[in-house]
Design a protein around this ligand. Structure first.
Ligand SMILES: Nc1ncnc2c1ncn2[C@@H]1O[C@H](COP(=O)(O)OP(=O)(O)OP(=O)(O)O)[C@@H](O)[C@H]1O
Length: 367
């Protein structure tokens, strides 16, 4: 165990209690950049926290270290101020729910849920009573005798949740729990997960690569990239004020524009289009562009645009960066734009905010 005693700032008493605190947590699998690079994070008790980021950013490694399924290279993990860094998984007060649910195929739903109590030596009658109570709680009591293969994906997920809860964890860890489900069921089960978390009042830490899933579920989103935390905030904060170019691009729905003052982000639905013939004088909050793509999306039309006047020979990844503008269906019907049409793009100064180009140091973050 590392000899780290977390320093408690004098104003900390005002902060809500942390269920999980990561202190300079690092995982190094081999030479080179660490998979998780000295991250600091406090996850508020009773909150729904989503760890989000592209493949390989270190989110699953972080979750596995919290669960005790992966050793820590350096740093500490505290659960309600108790240092659990080197405790065995079963003694941490966490439980894990996996992507594939990992149910035993030969056991009934009831025996799957009761399994860990059996391992602890609890008698059959008592463990079955406790397992049945939990199955009732997730509306699966009537199907308690069925095997996993006789259950739908959503029902299996409920059994997996009951199985994770039987150990009475303080923190439930969920590793891509919805990715095995079809898109309709995924949205339904997403709502159930959120409801369960609120009803149980537990801390959920949910790993996902889906921005939409994280936005729908999280009280707090933690966006990771290359083993570092890029930004921590509510879905509204992350979507409306992405801190860096990476977060703006990863979350989508934003244009990243080069200005003399540096890079700025503007939401695609916060940009206005004007036909070139009615363009205002060029200024810091507008730009010429040409329509290169028109996509009908139902409630809105997504227009792809490119800066004009850049010959093919000088185009680079930097200069060809595409822009998008989201126009309501009604506005597009009133004034449709055609491919190749020259326009002026503009935005209100308050719709733009500065972006950091890249993170160069780990942030201290509170979720
Ligand atoms: N057991 C391992 N041995 C060596 N390297 C590993 C191991 N597990 C993960 N890595 C590496 O650590 C980095 C982070 O992996 P991790 O699985 O945490 O990423 P992730 O963000 O969860 O990605 P994904 O969404 O693809 O699961 C990656 O570069 C990965 O290749």
């Amino acid at each position: 165990m590392n000899a780290i005693t977390p320093t408690i700032p004098s104003n900390q008493h005002a902060a809500p209690p942390a269920a999980i605190e990561l202190v300079a947590l690092t995982k190094r699998y081999a030479q080179g950049s660490p998979a998780v690079d000295s991250i600091n994070l406090r996850i508020t008790s009773g909150s729904y926290c989503c760890l989000l980021g592209p493949s390989g950013c270190g989110k699953s490694t972080t979750l596995r270290m919290i669960a005790g399924h992966e050793s820590v290279s350096s740093g500490d993990i505290l659960l309600e101020n108790r240092n659990i860094t080197n405790l065995p998984a079963a003694q941490r007060g966490t439980a894990m729910m996996f992507q594939s649910f990992a149910l035993f195929p030969h056991l009934s739903a009831l025996d799957n849920v009761a399994f860990s109590l059996k391992m602890k030596g609890m008698g059959k009658a008592e463990r079955h009573t406790r397992a049945k109570d939990l199955l009732d709680r997730v509306a699966m009591g009537a199907l308690a005798e069925r095997k996993p293969a006789e259950l739908s994906g959503g029902q299996q997920q409920r059994v997996a949740l009951a199985r994770a809860l039987i150990t009475q964890p303080k923190v439930l860890l969920l590793d891509e729990p919805l990715s095995a489900l079809d898109p309709f069921l995924r949205i339904q089960m997403r709502a159930e997960l959120r409801r369960w978390q609120k009803e149980l009042g537990l801390t959920f830490i949910h790993v996902t690569h889906s921005q939409e899933e994280a936005m729908a579920l999280a009280d707090t989103m933690v966006v990771m990239n290359h083993g570092l935390i890029e930004q921590v905030g509510s879905p509204h904060e992350i979507y409306n004020r992405p801190a860096s170019e990476f977060v703006a691009r990863f979350m989508g729905g934003h244009n990243v524009l080069d200005t003399p003052a540096g890079k700025i982000g503007v939401r695609t639905d916060h940009m206005q289009l004007t036909p070139a013939s009615q363009a205002a004088p060029e200024g810091p909050h507008n730009q010429r562009a040409v329509i290169t793509d028109v996509e009908y999306q139902g409630t809105y039309v997504l227009l792809g645009l490119q800066n004009p006047g850049i010959s093919q020979s000088v185009q680079t990844a930097h200069t060809t960066a595409e822009l998008s503008v989201m126009v309501s269906e009604a506005a597009f019907a009133a004034r449709p734009y055609a491919l190749g049409e020259a326009v002026q793009l503009s935005w209100a100064p308050e719709a733009a905010h500065r972006l950091q180009a890249e993170r160069c140091a780990p942030v201290t973050a509170t979720a």
